[in-house]
Design a binder for this molecule. Structure first.
Ligand code: SF4
Length: 337
């Protein structure tokens, strides 16, 4: 088995007294060892919910994995029990170990991971010690190495987070995340808060380091430009479902789903630099009240009666490329947009 991460049939709900919202609706995702998958879609599509499920980090009282299995490096870490309540295939302490040792997560705001009252060197060393048996000295040395690796002079180890710029802070977080040699790095909009040049540097660094260390990457973003730079494969998520998946070339050069096409048209600089930007009209449907048919129908230029009445099923067009859209029901891999 060459898969580092495999998610099958994942269904996640948020439950409050008043309503149940299906945030993730039966998705499959997989990442090969050493490869990177981009999960792209608008805010609210369910990307972060899917990622948090991997580590069983959903909000405790409201987020529920209703169905599905998640396998990491051949080992089931989440398996839904019949009662739909107890979802972890592991004890809390095993899960805790997985979180630090095998999977690391980077968020948009570096300060969610950094503590303002400790020096950066101390924080990286603590992360190392938490997950590896080593002496204080060894942990400090590793912290210095990691700082250098992310392009920060080790001499700055005794400085505090506020002494670093946003981009530098995110580098520290990456150093901390990779210090424990995780097999999977989940990066959730890691550069959204940074300005464009710093963004490019940080992405370049994540890419270089993950290649060097052989880490698989799940890159979550609303930005197809980032996917183009970083990823081997792409899953496009809309209203809790994966609507298109393929290699980078499949999705960029042979775009099939109207929503994916819409994402490209709403972005500058990709595919056609001279074209006018054309945002996708309308809004994603309320996840607590999804339409009966295709969730994209109200925004889609190709929608038919059938689209409004019946959910499109996943259709593989080639060995590597699938789409969930009635336009491709015959399974032919043709440009129909
Ligand atoms: Fe558009 Fe219909 Fe395809 Fe949905 S199924 S994306 S409404 S053409």
């Amino acid at each position: 088995n060459n898969l580092m991460l495999e998610i099958r049939g994942l269904v996640v709900e948020y439950r409050t007294e008043d309503e149940t919202v299906q945030a993730v609706n039966d998705i499959n995702l997989w990442i090969e060892k050493g490869k990177s998958l981009g999960l792209v879609g608008e805010t609210g599509a369910g990307k972060t919910t899917a990622a948090l499920s991997i580590l069983n980090l959903l909000p405790e009282t409201t987020g529920v994995i209703v169905d599905g299995t998640i396998t990491l490096d051949g080992e089931a870490i989440i398996r839904k029990n019949r009662d739909g309540k107890s979802v972890s295939a592991m004890t809390d302490s095993d899960m805790q170990k997985i979180r630090g040792d095998k999977v690391a997560m980077i968020f948009q705001d570096p300060m969610t991971a950094l503590n303002p009252i400790f020096t950066v060197g101390y924080q990286i060393a603590e992360a190392v010690k938490l997950h590896q048996k080593c002496s204080n000295k060894q942990a400090e040395k590793k912290a210095e190495e990691m700082l250098e690796l992310v392009g920060i002079p080790a001499s700055r180890k005794d400085e505090y987070p506020h002494q670093f710029s946003g981009g530098m802070k995110q580098r520290v977080v990456i150093a901390m995340a990779l210090a424990c040699n995780p097999v999977l790095l989940i990066a959730d909009e890691p550069t959204t808060a940074l300005d464009v040049t710093v963004q490019a540097q940080v992405l370049e660094m994540i890419k270089g380091l993950s290649e060097k260390l052989g880490t698989s990457v799940l890159m979550i973003t609303h930005d197809l430009g980032i996917i183009a730079e970083m990823c081997d494969e792409v899953s496009v998520m809309y209203a809790g479902a994966i609507v298109e998946h393929g290699t980078l070339e499949d999705v960029f050069d042979r775009t099939r789903h109207p929503y994916t096409r819409g994402l490209f048209n709403s972005l500058p600089n990709i595919q056609n630099r001279t074209a006018r930007l054309k945002p996708i009209r309308g809004l994603m449907p309320d996840p607590s009240n999804l339409p009966m048919g295709c969730a994209f129908a109200d925004r889609c230029d190709y929608a038919t009666e059938k689209c409004r009445g019946e959910k499109p099923r996943k259709q593989w067009l080639t060995d590597s490329h699938f789409v969930a859209c009635h336009l491709y029901e015959d399974g032919r891999d043709e440009d129909r947009l």
